[in-house]
Design a protein around this ligand. Structure first.
Ligand code: PEP
Length: 249
């Protein structure tokens, strides 16, 4: 069956001393064995975090270049990530889409680049408030998946985690209700069934993201199609991250 996962997206937070002391403290904590932990620090902290981490903790990048190598100032390639042992990348975070102009086409190229280099993808989807209010939440998420992810083969989908992150809930303190999250996660799973099959849908972890914190995680993670969380703010402190790991039934 699919994995339960709590993934911390640190965004542009934590300097080297903070990042390393977080990882060193986390590895010493008492944690449930059946929950996969993941932390995505900034690029410059990846190597130090990898070195401080044990195998039970996945260190992921927050982004990846769609290009192999060359004249792309400021970019980081799949090969560079692999050379420091990073094997997972978040792709399509709403901040990358809205602030940095990453289009469906660019995201498809990033997904291709990651998968071709055996890098696991955490692919983010989610609607804006306007889209939800216009009853376009499902059609938005459907086209995000169809345009940038569903070109993968059934075998390639084994290396994909999906994160549903309604844009209106990211960093705002507003969380989707457990019912809203479950409804969208079930919809995403049904799209995977339609595109691939039940087996792929059952094996794909779908994380919820958007103001997840210890006080709301239990209810969200109790939903049948919510397999864990992609967490920003509440992943910055060891105590709250560990509480999230313990928030599955
Ligand atoms: C995120 O960065 O993916 C996120 C969900 O942030 P927050 O938990 O702070 O809303």
């Amino acid at each position: 069956m699919r994995k339960k996962i709590v993934a911390g997206n640190w965004k542009m937070n934590q300097n080297k001393a903070e990042a390393v002391s977080f990882i060193e403290a986390l590895v010493k904590e008492d944690k449930p064995q059946d929950v996969q932990m993941m932390i995505a620090p900034s690029y410059v902290m990846l190597d130090a975090c990898k070195q401080a981490a044990t195998d039970e903790l996945v260190i992921a990048s927050q982004n990846i270049s769609q290009h192999d190598k060359g004249a792309y100032t400021g970019e980081v390639s799949a090969d560079m990530l692999k050379s420091i042992g990073v094997k997972t990348a978040i792709i399509g975070h709403s901040e990358r889409r809205s602030i940095f102009g990453e289009t469906h086409e660019i995201l498809a190229e990033k997904v291709k680049q990651a998968i071709n280099n055996s890098i696991q993808v955490v692919f983010c989807v989610g609607e804006s408030l306007e889209e939800r209010e216009a009853e376009k939440a499902e059609s938005t998420v459907k086209s995000q998946l169809e345009d940038s992810l569903f070109f993968l083969s059934e075998i390639e989908m084994k290396n994909v985690i999906i994160a549903y992150e309604p844009v209106w809930a990211i960093g705002t303190g507003k969380t989707a209700s457990p019912e809203q999250a479950q409804e969208m996660h079930a919809f995403i799973r049904s799209l995977i069934v339609d595109k691939y099959n039940q087996h792929v849908a059952d094996a794909t972890s779908i994380l919820y993201g958007g103001s997840v914190k210890p006080s709301n995680a239990k209810e969200l993670f109790a939903q049948p199609d919510v397999d864990g969380g992609l967490v920003g703010g509440a992943s910055l402190k060891v105590d709250s991250f560990v509480e999230l790991l313990h928030s599955f039934k």
